[in-house]
Write a protein of this length. Structure first.
Length: 450
């Protein structure tokens, strides 16, 4: 690579080896699924810009809501003050999330939402008079973020290896069968504060689908042993793994290698809100004790997160002793502009045919995946609603496999933004994508295989 082609700016990019980094495209505009660079090139955003853009770039209703709010109130400290949008958003989130989520703690990103959840769970057990419950159980292939607590509950990987000496130990179990978790809780359940899961789909760990009925089984085991269940729906929330109502088990669209989720009878004490289909836990009929949201919360417009919990968790912090406070927060907690964006996104869900768009994407994915099932370069195909996953046959696996950068460059050179996890290619588009645009993505994937 010629020195003139190297990146000369001062920005240190995430998940990027900066040595000899080529000059990245400078994006100046986004519309729908398209990103436009300063040099005039366009890129079809097939991964929702790291899984955050729900309704498309520059969605006008959300942009207008932020602009209106900016002229009224952009930010106020949420310790000792409140504002109408923070209250309204909390009410709406509590109304649509699965189970009995009654309290909402705002933060800024998915990693922080997980940190808050872990602190809630551990401090809750201490303040309930259960000091022996100090252990966290997490899953193999897990990824929960890049802060120290979130890395601790994530699987050990190239993301965490430099910090292994500083991460707290956790108990780890597989996500393809329940027996190891059952055995662990039978032996040491009285020491466990919480089990944390990415429900149904484990994303950055390789886009791994959990075994059918696994999530419902985890809930049952947690109930049996008095353990809290934390659901990290940072990716899966807001319709990402929904099928829009299609019965995947009946495979009407030709693809059912494994259903995206099971449909257990559920627990009658946990009613499903009307919006529960938007969440992996709700779709599986499972009610967590603590729920982490971010990414799609503001439809990709602003960084914001929320950690929701049941009243039972919240009540463990109520005391005349100020030392029992949940000591967490940051300057922009409950930011008014973020709340405005989140409320506008929920309004799009309520007034536009988003569920039908989701169903159309899921159906389109199913048809295109089926075409590739027997391709000699395809090792496996999977699907969870609007997330389609294809593993390219490779000699090695994992995030650092050279196949990932080669595929990414192939796609970028042809105007499609895909960011494979090693040899795992996934398509996770904004909900506004047109059939012709989605075909463009899949045609490019087929070309990369051939």
């Amino acid at each position: 690579m010629a020195a003139a082609d190297a990146y000369r700016g001062r920005v240190w990019y995430p998940y990027t080896q900066m040595l000899d980094l080529p000059q990245p495209p400078e994006i100046v505009r986004g519309r729908g699924v398209w990103l436009e660079a300063r040099d005039g090139r366009r890129y079809l955003d097939a991964i929702s810009s790291w899984w955050v853009t729900l309704h498309g770039h520059a969605e006008p209703r959300i942009a207008e809501a932020i602009a209106r709010q900016a002229s009224e109130l952009e930010q106020v400290i949420l310790s000792g003050f409140t504002h109408p949008l923070a209250e309204e958003l909390a009410e709406k989130l509590a109304a649509i999330t699965p189970g009995h989520m009654t309290r909402v703690f705002y933060s800024d990103d998915g990693s922080t939402a997980v940190e808050v959840a872990l602190k809630m769970a551990l401090q809750c057990r201490q303040q309930r008079g259960e000091p022996q419950r100090r252990r966290i159980v997490a899953l193999e292939h897990a990824y929960h973020g890049d802060t120290l607590g979130a890395m601790s509950v994530s699987a050990r990987s190239p993301f965490t290896v430099a910090f292994d000496d500083w991460l707290f130990p956790v108990e780890r179990v597989p996500s393809d069968r329940l027996e190891p978790l059952a055995a662990l809780l039978a032996e040491r359940g009285s020491e466990v504060a919480a089990v944390i899961v990415e429900p149904l789909l484990q994303a950055a760990g390789g886009m791994v689908l959990q075994a059918e009925g696994f999530l419902a089984g985890v809930r049952r085991l947690c109930d049996q042993h008095g353990v809290l269940l934390i659901a990290d729906e940072v990716l899966t929330g807001f319709g990402r793994v929904s099928d829009g109502g299609i019965d995947w088990r009946g495979a009407p669209l030709g693809y059912a290698e494994r259903p995206a989720y099971a449909q257990p009878a559920g627990d009658p004490r946990e009613p499903r809100p009307a919006g529960a289909w938007m969440f992996a836990c709700g779709a599986a009929g499972v009610a967590p004790d603590i729920l982490c949201l971010s990414k799609g919360l503001t439809a990709g417009f602003l960084p914001m997160a929320a950690t929701l919990c049941t009243e039972a968790v919240y009540e463990a912090f109520l005391s005349s002793d100020r030392a029992r406070t949940l000591f967490h927060g940051h300057s922009f907690t409950g930011n008014a502009l973020g709340c405005a964006a989140a409320l506008a996104s929920l309004e799009v869900f309520a007034t536009e045919p988003v569920r039908e768009r989701i169903a159309a994407i899921a159906a389109h994915h199913a048809r295109r995946l089926e075409r590739l099932r027997t391709h000699p370069r395809v090792a496996a195909i999977r699907q969870a609603g609007t997330v389609a996953i294809l593993e390219v046959a490779a000699e090695t696996h994992g995030y650092l496999d050279a196949m990932g950068p080669r595929l990414r460059k192939f796609y970028m050179d042809r105007g499609v933004l895909l960011r494979p996890l090693g040899p795992v290619v996934y398509v996770l588009p904004p909900y506004c994508i047109r059939p012709s645009e989605l075909d463009e993505v899949w045609d490019m994937i087929e070309q990369s295989l051939d």
